[in-house]
Design a protein around this ligand. Structure first.
Ligand code: F0G
Length: 451
């Protein structure tokens, strides 16, 4: 069966190439911008290739009860929305997606927003949202006969890539910034058998280096410049829309690093709208760390028209990125949906992460920027109490246990970062206590913490 109905369109100049013509770095040879996957049949109102909205909703629900491996994937369950393979039989899946949508009870009370939810993408097989993109692009790599795949990473992409490559029987190369990724993520790349190179540079330097490498050897680049990654990463938009019975929430808040995920989710909602599955797109806002905020600066300067790279610094290592590849795509999503782009500081990130933890929803620091950003937006009056808001949590709390332990021990932040927030922090810190081996000592430890 030939399921393949797509072409690649340059985001910058609109040039179209067939899939075989894309360069190894996935940059347009005319203007140097990135490509997007496009499905020409969808723009014809009555064309045979345009999926039928009602039939799709029914089919996707039916697949939840199916025993087929492909239907167990929250990405491939929606396969009519990503016809990128010659045969879906080539899909490499670890049953990704179908992640939980939690109501945030404490945060909704604190912020006065009843309908506040977290879509937890950290509940994917390798613990981050990257799995949804990786199943799509790895399947393409396998179908096209590549033996090697590669990525530069702040950790999660490498963990996901290594796992999916192992499942596909391909070899994988990981290039990461020395000393700047969380151990949990590095350990995953090793466990799944990647060749891992640590380089004395930052993420942006790693990506630059790897792009040179893939121009010299037949290696399939699996960074998010690869447009097929975004096809998988758009599927949480479908899950969210489905969870709200195809009435999209008012506002989706996403962390921003290399800015592919916000781009992908925007594409997902745009396509649902284009095909008539939903009546509108949600507002999509992007939150960056204050020390890694090139898109925030860009919006402040000229509303996302140009971007100056920055030297990135943040303890939220996943989003420590100063020169984001997909910034133009993300800027378009923010502009077209009326979203905001703002940054949050290190203390705000740490506090938001602890608050989510206290709800039983641990996540990694990069994910917590979403709650920190919402708190700011709410304080500015930009979000109304009656709105339905979804925070996208991108990674599992165990990815970066050092960060969490340092927070609770009170060693994470410097004095100048905590100034004025000491009491708030103390109320959230739950360091382990060394106690005597007596019931009295254990009960006393509990008493201290009651109330
Ligand atoms: N949250 C987490 C946990 C991440 O790992 C990343 C990116 C982001 C948010 C930002 O997503 O880049 O699409 O804007 N991590 C990449 C990596 C860069 O290599 O794992 P983005």
């Amino acid at each position: 069966m030939n399921d393949n109905l797509h072409q690649l369109r340059c985001f910058g100049c609109g040039a179209r190439v067939t899939r075989g013509e894309a360069r190894p770095d996935f940059r347009c040879s005319e203007c140097g911008d990135l490509f997007e996957v496009e499905y020409p049949g969808w723009s014809q109102p009555k064309g045979n290739d345009r999926p039928n909205a009602g039939a799709l909703k029914w089919l996707w629900r039916e697949r939840r009860c199916s025993s087929e491996a492909l239907d167990h994937s929250g990405v491939w369950r929606f396969r009519e929305m990503l016809p990128i393979l010659d045969s879906f039989g080539n899909a490499v899946t670890l049953s990704e997606g179908n992640t939980p949508l939690y109501h945030l009870t404490r945060a909704s009370k604190a912020l006065g927003i009843d309908q506040l939810y977290a879509k937890h993408q950290g509940m994917n097989p390798t613990g981050s949202f990257k799995d949804t993109g990786m199943t799509a692009a790895m399947s393409v790599a396998k179908e096209r006969g590549f033996e090697w795949v590669a990525c530069a990473s702040t950790g999660n992409t490498s963990a996901a890539m290594a796992a999916y490559a192992a499942r596909a029987g391909l070899r994988s190369l990981v290039v990461i910034p020395d000393g700047k990724i969380a151990w949990g993520k590095l350990s995953q790349a090793m466990d799944y058998g990647a060749v891992t190179c640590t380089v004395k540079t930052d993420f942006d330097g790693c990506l630059k280096l790897l792009i040179q490498v893939v121009k010299e050897a037949r290696i399939y680049l699996l960074n998010s410049v690869n447009p097929y990654r975004l096809e998988g990463q758009k599927t949480p938009a479908f899950e969210i829309a489905e969870a709200f019975d195809w009435n999209v929430p008012d506002h989706l808040i996403v962390p921003g690093g290399n800015l592919a995920n916000s781009s992908a989710l925007g594409k997902g909602f745009r396509e649902l709208h284009q095909l008539g599955l939903v009546a509108r797109m949600p507002r999509i806002s992007v939150i960056q760390a204050e020390g890694a905020n090139p898109l925030v600066r860009s919006f402040a300067k000229d509303h996302g028209a140009t971007l100056e790279p920055v030297e990135a610094h943040t303890r939220a290592t996943a989003i420590r990125i100063g020169n984001p590849a997909s910034w133009r795509k993300a800027a378009r999503v923010i502009q077209e949906t009326g979203g905001w782009c703002l940054d949050v500081n290190e203390a705000e990130i740490a506090i938001a992460k602890a608050e989510l933890g206290a709800e039983g929803l641990g996540c990694e620091p990069a994910s917590a920027v979403t709650l920190a950003g919402l708190k700011k937006l709410r304080a500015q009056g930009a979000v109304e109490p009656g709105e339905t808001v979804v925070l996208l949590l991108t990674g599992h709390t165990l990815k970066d246990a050092d960060y969490t332990i340092d927070f609770h021990r009170g060693t994470l932040l410097k004095n100048e970062e905590t100034a004025g927030r000491e009491a708030e922090l103390a109320g959230l810190q739950r360091n382990a206590q060394a106690v005597d081996a007596t019931t009295h000592a254990v009960l006393a430890a509990m008493k201290d913490k009651v109330g």
